[in-house]
Each structure stands twice: as C-alpha cells, then as structure tokens.
Design a protein. Structure first.
Length: 434
C-alpha cells in the first residue's frame, strides 16, 4: 500500500513544535513563570543539561531555543562527531566571541562522548566562548565529567503522561486531515503503549493511519484491530475514568496478598502487555512490600526497590522478568500487615495530639538557654548501659504505655516479636526494681 506520508517528513518531525506555546508536557519547567521558560524568553541562556527519557522534548527545547536566541546556534551530534569536529567548532566559537557574538552549542546524546571528548569542551565553557546545551537519557552524575557538569544547570525532564500524549495525538490526528478518525479509547491505548515517549506515540499514529482503509464514505477510521496489528500485541483499552487500570492493579495486589503467584503473574502480564508503565507497577510493589509483608520478610522491600531500578535502567520489554521475579517472591513469602497497622494506629494518636510537647529528656539542647530550660536533662544514652536499653520515657505523658506495633509469628517477624518481648520484659523488671 502506498504510504500517505511518502513525500512528507515523518509525522513526529512535522509535529515538532517551534515555540513554547505549542510545547507539550514539562509544565514544571516551561509553564509561565517557571525558570526554564524565563531563561528562554529572556534569551539569557546558561550552559545546561537536559536529562530525561527518550521522546520527552529535549531536542525540541533546544530547537525552540535556536529559534528564539540571538546567538549563533550549532547542532552537534555525539554519535557522529569526534575531537577533530569539536576543535573546528571551538575555533568558530572563538571567532564569534572576538566579534562579540555568542555561540550556543547543542550536543545531542552527550553521554556518548568519552572523557577526552568532554574535556575538550571544558576550557571553552569556562572562558564563555560557548554556551553548552547537552541532551542525555543517562544520569549526568555518572556520564558527564564532574568539572563540566558543575558548570551546567541540569534540568530534569519527565516522561509525558498519558493525558499529555492523548492531547498531542489529537492534535496530530487533526493535522492529518478531516477524513481521519480515532476514538479516544484508541488514542489513550496508543498513549499508554508509548510509555511517555512522544516520538513513539506519533510514529505509532502514523503507522496506524497508513494501515487504515477508507470506508464507503471515505472516512479513514483507526480501529482496535489496527492498533493491535501495529503494536504487535493485544492492547487493552482502558476506559476514560481509568477504572480498568485500577481494577488490574487491585487484582495484582489481592492475588499477591492471597499468596497466589500464578494469578499475580497473569495480572502482571495483562498490565504490561496492555502498555502499563512498568515503573508504576514497580512503585506499587514497593508499597506492597511494606504494607502486606513488612518485617515478616525484610528482604522484600530491598527486592522491590531493586526491581524498580531495573525497570528504570532497562525499560520494557526487558524489565518484565525483573517485575515477574519480584511478584513471585512477594506472592510466596510470609505476609504480615503489622507495620501497616502500627503506623495507622500511631497516626491516629498523632493527629489527635499534634500539640503534645516532646518530653524534656529527649529534646535537643544545642544552646545554653535550652540547657538552662532543662532541654535534654536526664537523657539516658542507651549505648552507655550494659543492656543497651534504658527505661527512659520517650512518649508524651498522655500516651505513656501506648503500643502500636504488634508483630505476628509470620516468617522473620517472629524474631522481631521475641526481641520486642525481651525489651518489654527488661523494662518492666527494671522499673519494678527501681
């Protein structure tokens, strides 16, 4: 079939905004009054690094700056350039400076430069010969030389939300012509599949539009079947209020809570294959590790945090097995909600007694006046005692004797239960003998 866009630029390139007014996402940086917007609109551009995942607007922001600034703007790719090209650009920048002109150098994928290549920029940034703007998908703390990084302002760009992408896709669909149609559910499913990446979302829309066939009235309707074909997966269409999204995460939680790894894996797969953000799932697993397992298996929290990091480093589809490992562990390991219940109980008391004073003996006393007011008086430093415990009062007077944490016999929590009983018995006997 002949492409509808054969003679045009790719849709993602055609839809690239040229001004901040048309820019989608990153409201924390480019909304009116925000720092990056002020910098761009006033043309007071410092050396800076744009750090964020693919397709969130790093290169687009650089091009908006190029359109806005009075400085000479030079595009530079870390993929195709080396030391020789860097020196040539620096020579040009030095010449511009001689005539009182600024040079802004945009380096895409700056993390691909090695240390020697990055070092070549440093003296020119220091002298002000160039204003360096780097774009990277990698953590600049690890991938960019500290000396160079210290001279740059880092702006962190976030993955676009499904709402951001839906808005972008609607605008793009309109640009294709009045004959093109797609339901909101289709666009939202495409947005979710794209995982915060505008380039992916627009490329997917372009592919679907190319594969849609006109009906008898000439309308070109993008159907769920076309979406499925273009994503190579069965796409679950979340409804507008997100009910199915919450139904699925609820099913995963309750399956793990009920120690059913098979059901948990199924619901995990349903979400991932529908295009759910793996980092969202990983965050929910971290919560589950403390809410439903807690000290019955202290390693559960470490494993879920590791799974989150794996999702951040790898992304989909590679991170699916990391999430599966965590889900199986959380399903099988002993369960306890004692930590969750303990905090909720303490929270209720805290909300009722927000003005309750801290006992004097456990107050900080950094000044002479505070010490004269008996702050810290009679404080008992536990490490000075043989048992490493004292019977010093730490709760407010109105809550003396209150107990929040009630450990179970599940898994490792039985050890915490035994230890807590020993502590309580020691304090009880010590007070009786005092």
């Amino acid at each position: 079939m002949t492409s509808l866009f054969a003679i045009d630029q790719p849709l993602a390139e055609r839809m690239r905004p040229s001004s901040l007014e048309d820019f989608t996402g990153q409201e924390h940086l480019v909304s009116p009054g925000k720092i990056l917007r002020n910098i761009i609109e006033s043309d007071r551009i410092p050396s800076m690094i744009f750090w964020g995942p693919p397709g969130v607007g790093k290169t687009t922001l650089a091009r908006i700056i190029a359109n806005k600034t009075q400085a000479e703007f030079i595009n530079f790719s870390a993929v195709t350039s080396g030391i020789k090209e860097i020196r040539e650009v620096m020579k040009q920048a030095e010449s511009n400076k001689t005539f009182g002109n600024r040079t802004i150098l945009f380096v895409d994928e700056i993390h691909r430069f090695n240390k020697a290549q990055q070092d070549a920029f440093l003296p020119f940034v220091e002298k002000g010969s160039i204003i360096l703007i780097g774009a990277t998908t990698e953590n600049p703390s690890f991938e960019i030389n500290s000396a160079l990084l210290s001279r740059c302002k880092v702006f962190v760009l976030k993955a676009l939300t499904p709402d951001d992408l839906v808005k972008l896709l609607k605008r793009a669909l309109t640009s294709l012509g009045k004959n093109f149609h797609a339901d909101d559910d289709i666009l939202r499913a495409a947005a979710i599949f794209s995982n915060g990446d505008a380039r992916t979302a627009l490329s997917l829309l372009e592919m679907m539009a190319n594969n849609a066939q006109p009906d008898s009235q000439g309308k070109i309707i993008i159907t769920p079947e076309i979406l499925e074909q273009c994503t190579s997966r069965k796409s679950l269409l979340y409804d507008k209020d997100g009910e199915e999204h919450y139904n699925l995460i609820s099913a995963l939680h309750k399956s793990m809570r009920n120690s059913d790894p098979d059901a948990a894996l199924y619901w995990l797969a349903r979400m991932l294959e529908a295009g759910e953000d793996p980092l969202y799932i990983a965050r929910r697993l971290i919560r589950f590790a403390s809410e439903d397992i807690g000290l019955a298996d202290p390693n559960a929290l470490s494993m879920t945090v590791a799974a989150y990091n794996a999702c951040h480093f790898l992304g989909m589809p590679e991170c699916n097995v990391n999430l599966a490992q965590a889900v199986i562990h959380l399903s099988i390991t002993p369960k306890s909600n004692a930590v969750y219940a303990a905090y909720n109980s303490a929270r209720q008391d805290a909300m009722k007694s927000l003005a309750e004073p801290v006992p004097l003996q456990i107050r900080n006393a950094p000044t002479k006046l505070m010490r004269e007011l008996d702050y810290g008086k009679n404080y008992q430093y536990a490490h000075d005692y043989q048992a490493k415990i004292t019977d010093m009062q730490c709760l407010p007077d109105s809550l003396i004797g209150r107990e929040y944490y009630h450990p179970t016999e599940q898994g490792s929590e039985s050890r915490y239960r035994n230890r807590l009983e020993q502590i309580k018995n020691w304090k009880k006997n010590h007070r009786a003998n005092s």
